[in-house]
Design a protein around this ligand. Structure first.
Ligand SMILES: NC(=O)c1ccc[n+]([C@@H]2O[C@H](COP(=O)([O-])OP(=O)(O)OC[C@H]3O[C@@H](n4cnc5c(N)ncnc54)[C@H](OP(=O)(O)O)[C@@H]3O)[C@@H](O)[C@H]2O)c1
Length: 290
């Protein structure tokens, strides 16, 4: 099977490429080979290569920058998924797409369900929601995984930033009133591979939205402390001790894009569909070795 992975240099894309190596014929165009914001170029690529499945791991993920680069955010997060979904509906190709907790309004403390009302607080969330709606409208059998707080062993993410700062600083203030679940890109890739295998075995999970995150919830402050704890446990020499991390409210850390306070995602639907039990976020963080 010819499987196209968009965004294969990103956190999730890199893990997908590794976990799918040898299992399918992979098409992994880089940005210099294919600008995904260019619809004509994408259409040309699809017409030439005719992939039988697409995993759309590409996205415009610079949340604050999206407030000012709205056109580009919309092209990558909404127009690209719409185009891919149309191709998949027309050709019968399988589509796996990713979305975000930022499509929800962040109110309350209850975990969001897949059919909870949406209401993004920032342009990134708005553009991703437009992408989700377009995919659902064009290709109802497509699967959309909404995930949260993605990190991996490589690239720039919250974990790598905290590890860098922990080597330089003796104190740190981290937001403690935004609650969600830190999700390793490796988990997203592993669940995606399982979902593709189900499709290839003729037993696809139903099309639609699923939440994909570990079990349990914490704040960015909890996540930062756990990262530093784990690094010390693994023998890293740091300037920062976990006790020197201070909890602060979001109001003390203003950003161009507003963030939701409640990013809790209920993962029951995915667990039932795949017959699995997702691990706790702390357990997954502790198993990271790099
Ligand atoms: N990161 C998070 O915290 C988070 C949270 C919730 C949901 N998600 C969702 O999870 C999915 C994967 O996110 P991620 O963290 O793996 O993203 P990422 O690391 O930022 O990677 C994004 C990928 O998209 C590519 N890309 C963006 N614009 C492009 C363009 N115009 N042409 C070609 N390639 C382009 C990037 O290429 P370059 O390497 O060349 O830039 C990169 O490979 C996305 O749908 C995202 O919205 C992420």
């Amino acid at each position: 099977m010819q499987l196209m992975i968009t965004g294969s240099s990103g956190q999730v894309g890199t893990e997908l490429k590794q976990q799918l190596a040898g299992q399918a014929e992979l098409l992994t165009p880089s940005r210099s080979e294919l600008d995904l914001a260019n619809a004509t170029a994408v259409q040309g690529y699809l017409a030439l290569h005719r992939p039988q499945a697409i995993v759309n791991a590409a996205a415009y993920t610079a949340v604050d920058q999206a407030e000012t680069e709205q056109e580009l955010a919309l092209a990558v997060n909404a127009q690209l998924p719409e185009l891919l979904a149309r191709y998949c509906a027309q050709t019968g190709a399988y589509l796996l797409h990713y979305s975000t907790d930022y499509v929800y309004p962040g109110t309350g403390t209850e975990p969001w369900q897949e059919d909870s009302p949406t209401g993004p607080l920032n342009y990134y969330g708005y553009s991703k929601l437009k992408g989700d709606l377009a995919v659902l409208a064009q290709c109802p059998q497509a699967v959309i995984f909404r995930t949260s707080w993605v990190y991996s062993g490589q690239g720039k993410n919250f974990r790598s930033t905290i590890l860098r700062l922990a080597k330089e600083k003796t104190g740190l203030s981290i937001v403690a009133d935004q609650i969600g679940a830190p999700t390793p890109a490796s988990l997203i890739a592993a669940i995606s591979v399982q979902t593709l295998q189900r499709y290839l075995q003729g037993q696809p999970i139903a099309g639609g939205v699923y939440h994909l995150a570990p079990r349990g919830y914490g704040s960015w402050y909890d996540f930062a402390k756990a990262i530093v704890h784990q690094a010390i446990k693994q023998g890293e020499t740091l300037a920062l001790q976990p006790e020197a991390i201070q909890p602060i409210p979001s109001s003390d850390y203003p950003t161009p894009a507003k963030r939701p306070l409640n990013s809790r995602l209920c993962v029951d639907k995915l667990e039932h569909a795949l017959g699995i039990r997702l691990p706790e976020w702390q357990q997954l963080l502790a198993s990271m070795t790099q």
